[in-house]
Design a protein around this ligand. Sequence first.
Ligand SMILES: N[C@H](CCC[C@H](N)C(=O)O)C(=O)O
Length: 274
Amino acid sequence: MKFSKMHGLGNDFVIVNNIKEKIKFTKLLISNLSNRYLGIGFDQLLSIELPYNKNYDFHYRIFNSNGNEVTQCGNGARCLAFFLKLKKITNKNKIKIKTNNKKMILYIKDNNNIKVNMGKPKFYLNDIPFFKSFLKNNIIKLKKIKIKFDVLSIGNPHCIIQVNNLDKINVNFLGSIINKSIYFPNGVNVSFVKIIKFNHIKMRVYERDLGETKSCGSAACASVAIGIKKKLLSNKKVKVDLKGGSLYIKWKGLKNNLYMIGPATHVYDGFINI
Ligand SMILES: N[C@H](CCC[C@H](N)C(=O)O)C(=O)O
């Protein structure tokens, strides 16, 4: 299998042009390939396929490292755009893609930054999905601590927790408990967010199926969307500092598409027998 290793602010991917490779990805194959000692190693595998209808240029499939197929990856979308251009699979600078449940538009800027139209954030609980029935005003009680959070979908599920001190948070412990809780039947990506100022946040992320990653594009989008919805953040442009670097998010509020701008990095091309 031919592949390209890429990353978006340290969130790393293997990208496969499956229009050519025609590989049937199984959970076992992906978890073997993602093994950082025995395989290639990555957070997600991204597969490019022919579009399912003529309104789009490509279909975009996303697999977490344990082989679970998911329906959104923001950092991956930027790397996909760069890959398509780099490998001359398209000469377009505006590329329409679709995942299993999300339409997106990729805009290739000249300075290696990619802008992604991530579509409209969804707050309807069934779209996330989130089962609120057992919960009173979105507070989970963990032993003695009460955790207040917000939920939404960016095409994948997100739980946003505002904190004062990011260094003191046990991201993997808290993220894992919330991800496995009865409230999120499909699991959830959990973001811990500190508001620096009206147009600037800092955050850490627990990614569903993975644990803490260096960055998560859809989580950055989700965190800014919640901040703007709660009138805590600017609807002009918000800088998001993640462990692996910074993204810029723009959203004019409900009924508007949300935009993410950031880099994509090509590391190397490879071939692996499968
Ligand atoms: N772990 C996520 C998928 C990848 C999201 C992240 N890599 C991004 O950049 O959006 C999920 O299970 O929904």
